[in-house]
Design a binder for this molecule. Structure first.
Ligand code: PA5
Length: 433
C-alpha cells in the first residue's frame, strides 16, 4: 500500500501537522521501530504478529481444511479478532468464490435461526475460532450450530474445523471428537491474527490464494524502517497519532469499494481495542464511499474540527460502462464508466475536505486482490503497533473487553465474578411511555 499524508499537513488542514513536527516525531518513530524490531526478534507477545507473513504455513492450513474443501457454505463461528480478519478477506474477494462465507459473531437468536434454517447443512462446513476457547458468544453459537446439524441428520464432526489455543474448553471439545484443528500461534492477539489460521482457514475454504496474501504482507513487512518517510505503515500510524494530539480525536475510515466495507469494521476493532487505553486513543468511525457522501460527509466537512478522514482508494476496479442517453442533462454520464464516476467522486470528496481545511489521508491499493489485501492488513497492523508505541499504551491487551466477558459470565452463573455486581448497581432513570 501507499500512503499520502499531504492533506494532513498544517498548510492544508486544521487540525493539521506541520512537516517540521513530523520530522521531530520521526525521532520517536525511530525509537519505536527499534522497540518493535526487538519485540519481533524475541517473539514477544503482540509483536510476534508482525512475523506472521513468514511464520504461517499455508500447507498446514490446506491440509486441515481438506475434509470440508468442497463446502458450498462456510459458517465461521467466532467474534471480534476471531472473525473480522477472515471476514475482511472473504468479503473483499466474495465475487471470486463459489463458497458463501457467513460469520456468526452475534448471538441474536432470530438472526442465527434464520441462517440455520436457510442453509443446506449437508453442504455447509463449520469453522469455529476462539483463541481463548472460552468466549461465551462463540461457544454458545457453536453448541447451537452443532445441535442444528444433529437435528438435520448431518454429522457435524465430519464438517467442523477448530482453531483455538493450546488449552481450554474448545481445545478439549476438539480433542474429544478428534476434529481437525489448528492452533492460534503463541504471542498473537486476536485482532492481530488475520494472517494466521484464524483468518486464513476461511480464505482457503473459499478458494483464495494464501501464498499471495502472505506475500503481500511480507512485502509490506519489508518496508518497516526507522523513518515514517520511508514506511507507509509508519507514516499512517505517526500521522494519525500527531493529528489526534492536535484535536482529531475521531478517525473515519472510508474505503471506496463495496468489497472493502468489512475492512473498515476490522480496522475499527483493531484501532479501538488496541489504542483505547489510559484515557487515550482515537475513536474510529466507519463510512463507505460513495454511499456516505450522501450522509456523513456533511459532518466531516462542516462539523466539529475533531476528525481525520482516512480514504482507501482501491485502484482500478473492473469498469462497467454507463449507457449513452439523449436526455441532455445526463449526457455527461453516457459513455463513461461507473468506475470512472466512483474515481471522480473520490477525488472530488478528498479535494472538498482539503478545501475546507479538514485533514485527510489517502491509502492507495493497486486493486482488491489477495496480494493487496495481505499488504493492507499487515500495514494497518504495523501502523497500529507504531501508534501504540507513540501513545505509550499496551497495544496488545484489552482489559475492558475482558471485564465485560467476566461480567457476562458471572450473570449467567458461569462463576463468581465481581464484575457482574456492576449490573445490579446500575442507576436507572426511566422515562416510561
Ligand atoms: O482482539 C481480541 O483479543 C478480541 O477481539 C478477541 O478476538 C475476541 O474477544 C474473541 O476472543 P476469543 O478468540 O478468545 O474467542
Amino acid at each position: 500500500m501507499n500512503v499520502d499524508i499531504g492533506n494532513a499537513l498544517a498548510s492544508v488542514a486544521s487540525p493539521g501537522v506541520s512537516k517540521d513536527s513530523l520530522e521531530r516525531l520521526d525521532e520517536h518513530v525511530a525509537d519505536a521501530h527499534e522497540r518493535i524490531e526487538g519485540g519481533m526478534a524475541n517473539a514477544e507477545h503482540g509483536y510476534e504478529a508482525l512475523n506472521l507473513p513468514r511464520r504461517t504455513d499455508p500447507d498446514e492450513i490446506r491440509s486441515a481444511v481438506e475434509p470440508v474443501a468442497d463446502a458450498d457454505a462456510l459458517l465461521t463461528v467466532g467474534i471480534g479478532g476471531s472473525a473480522l480478519g477472515a471476514a475482511t478477506i472473504t468479503d473483499a474477494l466474495a465475487d471470486e468464490s463459489d463458497t458463501e462465507a457467513i460469520y456468526l459473531d452475534n448471538v441474536d437468536p432470530e438472526w442465527i435461526t434464520g441462517h440455520l434454517e436457510r442453509l443446506d447443512l449437508e453442504n455447509t462446513a463449520i469453522n469455529v475460532v476462539s483463541r481463548s476457547g472460552t468466549t461465551a458468544e462463540t461457544l454458545a453459537n457453536f453448541l447451537v450450530v452443532r445441535e442444528a446439524f444433529e437435528s438435520a441428520g448431518v454429522d457435524w464432526t465430519e464438517r467442523t474445523i477448530v482453531t483455538t489455543g493450546e488449552a481450554g474448553p474448545l481445545r478439549e471439545l476438539s480433542d474429544r471428537h478428534d476434529l481437525p484443528s489448528l492452533k492460534v500461534p503463541d504471542g498473537v492477539p486476536g485482532r492481530f491474527s488475520a494472517l494466521s489460521a484464524v483468518g486464513l482457514v476461511a480464505a482457503e475454504v473459499c478458494g483464495h490464494d494464501l501464498e499471495a496474501l502472505l506475500e503481500g504482507a511480507a512485502a509490506e513487512a519489508e518496508t518497516l524502517s526507522g523513518s515514517l518517510f520511508d514506511c507507509p505503515a509508519y507514516a499512517y500510524g505517526a500521522t494519525t497519532y500527531a493529528l489526534d494530539q492536535r484535536g482529531a480525536g475521531v478517525n473515519a475510515m472510508v474505503p471506496y469499494a463495496e468489497s472493502l466495507e468489512t475492512y473498515a469494521e476490522w480496522f475499527a476493532q483493531l484501532w479501538a481495542e488496541s489504542l483505547g487505553k489510559d484515557d487515550l486513543g482515537q475513536t474510529p468511525a466507519r463510512a463507505l464511499g460513495v454511499t456516505d457522501q450522501h450522509s456523513q460527509l456533511q459532518l466531516y466537512r462542516a462539523g466539529p474540527r475533531d476528525k481525520l478522514v482516512t480514504f482507501v482508494s482501491p485502484g482500478d476496479l473492473e469498469d462497467r460502462e454507463i449507457p449513452e442517453t439523449d436526455v441532455e442533462d445526463l449526457s455527461y454520464l453516457g459513455g463513461t464508466g461507473l468506475g470512472e464516476l466512483l474515481e471522480a467522486e473520490f477525488e472530488a470528496t478528498e479535494a472538498s475536505l482539503a478545501a475546507a481545511g479538514r485533514p485527510n489521508v489517502r491509502i492507495e491499493l493497486e486493486g482488491v486482490d489477495e496480494y493487496e489485501l495481505g499488504g493492507l492488513l499487515y500495514g494497518m497492523e504495523a501502523a497500529t503497533v507504531l501508534a501504540g508505541e507513540l501513545y505509550g499504551v499496551n497495544t496488545f491487551e484489552q482489559p475492558a473487553v475482558e471485564w465485560a466477558k467476566k461480567a457476562t459470565r458471572g450473570l449467567l452463573g458461569g462463576g463468581d465474578f465481581e464484575e457482574a455486581d456492576a449490573v445490579a448497581e446500575k442507576t436507572a432513570l426511566r422515562i416510561e411511555r
